[in-house]
Design a protein around this ligand. Structure first.
Ligand code: FES
Ligand code: FE2
Length: 449
């Protein structure tokens, strides 16, 4: 197949990208954050074939509950079915392409397009076409003209993930060596986790990768970017910035995150935000639960931040999950939820919710620091010179710790960022054959009067 003709793109673009992103050398070209051609490749080659977190399943507890999420820039309706399973399909009417559901969430028995009234059931199957018997030579093929289903949907630890690629490995396989770390973040206690309340949504004028790479890799910025906020929170001097307070993990699939070492460190940290009651929950319920489930060695560390490739971020210490939703090369939308342990006391849950809003909600004091950095990186990229700069991600290496799968290391290293971009590079330079071959010819003539 002649790919140049099929995709309308030059293979030179792939060669160009290989020069722009050199994970082994720790060098990345600033244009990957703003180039519109690269952004289009990301939509087709990353977002159309990676596992994307759609919502917590507690967002749609009952049959007929729905939530409109995004996979890249494609809106999808996520719906709880009568049998308790979850289906997801493109939020696009197959008649003339209108947005099928204009709501953001709710409960329904079907979705009726507001343009001409085509109706679909909660699985996305076309069930009714107004005046069909008068207007078409033959009944429409309901299967063929149903909404486009997301072929793979899975739920893990109460989180719903979808993948447009029917041939992609299942979700756990795609975690690779990061599977244990996923469980250590989201499966800590037998009761599991759920989202408290609804979703926060806000926009930041920066490329989506700036958020994703930070939660994958960057513990380094904390004491500099957040020093004022930390000082304000703990009413005193920030802890000294030295020693080895934690460990990081990363895997060749592009996931990454970090843990604090030692009970004292995390209890001290949490005392600053959730007070004695929050700290007591950690030491008396959560960590003993982790020791019983995973082994004491894992209760000696406390998860802080992580990002599962490409766009699912989590700050365990603040109980905030989020997705980074691309809105063009120069803008992203953050959607965030507060998670709580189902077996934690109600007052801890409410405290957590307030603390999350205060720290990493849209107006959170830490969130403001991070957003300011990202916007500050993005803004100069409109300049002809700034976007041609090579940027450095050469910090630190990695080492092996017994029983820690994947690549691990001390907390101050950019090895996870290099892994994130190695995975990114692998995907954006590999054609998505199913998409780039173009739409299959539609056998529509038989129905045209
Ligand atoms: S576009 Fe939906 S019914 Fe016509
Ligand atoms: Fe931060």
């Amino acid at each position: 197949m002649d790919r140049e003709k099929v995709s309308g793109r030059s293979i030179d673009l792939e060669e160009k990208i290989r020069n722009l992103v050199q994970p082994d050398a720790g060098v990345i070209h600033a244009s990957v954050y703003s180039d519109p051609e690269i952004y289009q490749l990301e939509l087709e080659r990353i977002f159309a074939r990676s596992w994307i977190m759609l919502c917590p399943d507690s967002q749609i507890p009952n049959s007929g509950d729905y939530f409109v999420a995004y996979m890249g820039e494609d809106p999808v309706i996520v719906v709880r079915q009568a049998d308790g399973t979850i289906a997801a399909f493109l939020n696009q009417c197959r008649h003339r392409g209108a947005t099928l559901c204009r709501g953001e969430s709710g409960n329904t028995r079907n979705f009726t397009c507001t343009y001409h009234g085509w109706t679909y059931d909660t699985a996305g199957t076309l069930t009714n076409v107004p005046r069909e018997e008068f207007s078409y030579k033959e009944p429409l093929d309901r299967k063929k003209w149903s909404a486009r289903r997301v072929p793979q949907v899975e739920v893990h630890h109460g989180l719903v993930f979808g993948n447009w690629d029917e041939n992609a490995p299942d979700f756990r396989t795609s975690l690779g060596d990061a599977a244990l770390y996923f469980d250590l973040n989201f499966g800590r206690t037998e009761g599991g986790m759920a989202a408290y309340g609804g979703v926060y949504k806000w926009r930041v004028q920066c490329n989506w990768k700036l958020g994703a790479e930070q939660l994958t890799s960057d513990n380094f910025h904390f004491m500099t970017s957040h020093s004022s906020a930390i000082t304000a929170l703990i009413e005193g001097e920030a802890p000294p910035f030295d020693g080895e307070p934690g460990r990081i993990f990363t895997s060749v699939e592009g996931h990454g995150g970090g843990f604090l070492a030692g009970q004292e460190a995390f209890v001290a940290q949490l005392m600053t935000t959730t007070g004695q009651i929050g700290a007591d929950y950690i030491t008396q319920i959560e960590q003993p639960g982790v020791a019983a489930k995973f082994g004491q060695q894992w209760a000696d560390f406390y998860p802080v931040y992580c990002n599962f490739f490409p766009t699912f971020g989590y700050l365990h210490a603040n109980r905030r999950i989020n997705v980074w939703i691309p809105r063009g090369p120069n803008e992203m939308e953050i959607w965030a939820w507060v998670l709580y342990d189902r077996n934690s006391p109600e007052e801890v849950v409410e405290l957590r919710s307030k603390v999350t809003a205060m720290t990493f909600g849209p107006a959170g004091i830490f969130e403001q620091d991070d957003s300011a950095n990202w916007v500050d990186i993005q803004r100069p990229l409109s300049g002809a010179i700034a976007r041609t700069s090579e940027l450095n991600m050469q910090m630190g290496g990695y080492q092996s710790y017994d029983d820690w799968p994947g690549l691990t290391g001390p907390d101050l290293t950019e090895v996870s960022a290099r892994n994130f971009y190695a995975r990114w590079l692998e995907l954006v330079t590999k054609p998505n054959e199913a998409l780039e071959a173009g739409a299959t010819k539609q056998e529509v003539l038989a129905n045209v009067r």
